[in-house]
Design a protein around this ligand. Structure first.
Ligand SMILES: Cc1ncc(COP(=O)(O)O)c(C=O)c1O
Length: 409
């Protein structure tokens, strides 16, 4: 009897295990097929969006775009003024440009680098070497934390310590709560904070944060990828803002419209060391002139308009947020950008925006960059494009576009 029981139990277990595995295999393969199909459909939806977006006559996003050929042709015209290309960082064009940005930022020196992803950990490494510490205080939404595959720790040997809340700006109170500041070599602050819609700390709080760092012999580095948007809110020059920082990185393509590349600015000794680290890291290319020429052009075309664009953002965001199913973050923008949280499914939203772009030749939204609480988050970086029309124009078009997918309350 006992043997029969044992046999039955074994047999039951065997069948259960076998069926479960078969079922699991079946489910897994059909789930895989389904998710592949969904991914293909989404790719198709995004491709349609890209096609419609690039053909649209009006766009709410950034500056008028040029084709690759147009960009290179205008760089070629600018290049006529120079006898020879830069060689490993030396040459009239690159040196003049570095000096121009250094002056704009109120720093003694600057170095032209291929990317911000290189410029920032490199700057932090110099601060770390100087202080004999590895710790870096940064916000949980820092580009280094979210988008650089942990390079600052894995490659540059630094140790991150996240401070502040992911959904709000860093404050002096957050810093006062740091347990052991003596481990920290540098504090990284991003102005404006891209991941939370371009929010900025108040000038007083920013100063208090810097004072905390100074008191603890911690260097202060600025992630100024979009620093160009901050003049309007602080009502201070770039040099006044940058005077708070030991080192400053700015991007030459996002708001300025260059091809790629970055500037890292600071004291003369700091920049001399940055050149050495750039060489070590492969950032010191034999020639960078296409990037320098495009950055120079972007600077001349786009920088002076940024305060006007930031003022326009303050008018536009609340208006767009009055559309049912739309919220702006922040409600009152501080920089020349904001995020829109739109109550819609991703594919439906993308299709509606593409349809509107095809029918009206007006692009009202970028592709969503994230989903949160049933909403798509769309980043709206403004520039000369949005300024070409009154705020009401963008309101009417976004409302008409969303009316096809969001029912009015
Ligand atoms: C806030 C911020 N910091 C740094 C970077 C890095 O810039 P790059 O693309 O030049 O590496 C970016 C790029 O998007 C950014 O948004």
């Amino acid at each position: 009897m006992a043997d029969r029981d044992l046999l039955c139990r074994f047999w039951r277990h065997f069948l259960y295990y076998f069926n479960f595995n078969e079922l699991f295999k079946l489910n897994k393969s059909s789930t895989n097929k389904l998710s592949k199909k969904l991914a293909n459909t989404m790719n198709q939806v995004k491709q349609n969006y890209q096609r419609a977006a690039s053909a649209a006559k009006h766009s709410i996003l950034r500056h008028p775009t040029r084709t690759m050929a147009e960009i290179l042709r205008s760089c070629a015209e600018r290049a006529e003024a120079y006898a020879s290309p830069d060689v490993y960082g030396s040459g009239e064009l690159i040196e003049q440009f570095e000096a121009r940005i250094a002056k704009l930022l109120g720093k003694p020196a600057a170095v032209f680098l291929p990317s911000g992803t290189l410029a920032q950990p490199l700057a932090l490494r110099i601060h770390a070497e100087q202080r004999g510490r590895k710790g870096i205080a940064l916000h949980p939404t820092s580009h280094l934390v979210l988008h650089e595959q942990d390079g600052y720790q894995q490659l540059w040997g630094l140790q991150g310590q996240q401070v502040g809340q992911a959904d709000s700006v860093l404050t002096a109170d957050d810093l006062a709560a740091v347990n052991d500041p003596s481990q920290l070599a540098a504090l990284l602050l991003e102005l404006p904070m891209r991941e939370i819609g371009g929010q900025l700390p108040s000038w007083d709080d920013l100063q208090a944060q810097v004072q905390w760092a100074r008191k603890n012999n911690i260097a202060v580095h600025l992630d100024g990828a979009r620093l160009w948007q901050c003049e309007h809110y602080y009502q201070r020059s770039f040099a006044e803002v940058c005077a708070l920082f030991d080192s400053v990185y700015v991007s030459l393509y996002k708001d300025l419209g260059g091809i790629a590349s970055a500037i890292l600015a600071g004291s003369t000794e700091f920049v001399a060391q940055a050149r050495v680290w750039s060489r070590r890291a492969g950032g010191n290319l034999i020639s960078m002139y296409p990037y320098v020429l495009a950055a120079e052009q972007g600077l001349e075309e786009n920088l002076s308009v940024m305060p006007k664009v930031a003022a326009f953002a303050q008018k536009l965001a609340p208006l767009l947020a009055s559309i049912p199913g739309v919220k702006a973050n922040p409600q009152q923008p501080q920089a020349a950008m904001f995020h829109l949280h739109i109550e819609a499914k991703e594919a439906e939203l993308i299709e509606a925006v593409a349809r509107h772009a095809e029918q009206e030749s007006v692009l009202v939204l970028p592709l969503p960059r994230a989903q949160q609480n049933g909403c798509c988050i769309c980043e709206i970086p403004l520039g000369r494009n949005a300024l070409q029309q009154p705020a009401q124009f963008w309101y009417e078009h976004l409302r008409a576009c969303l009316a096809t997918i969001i029912k009015a309350n």
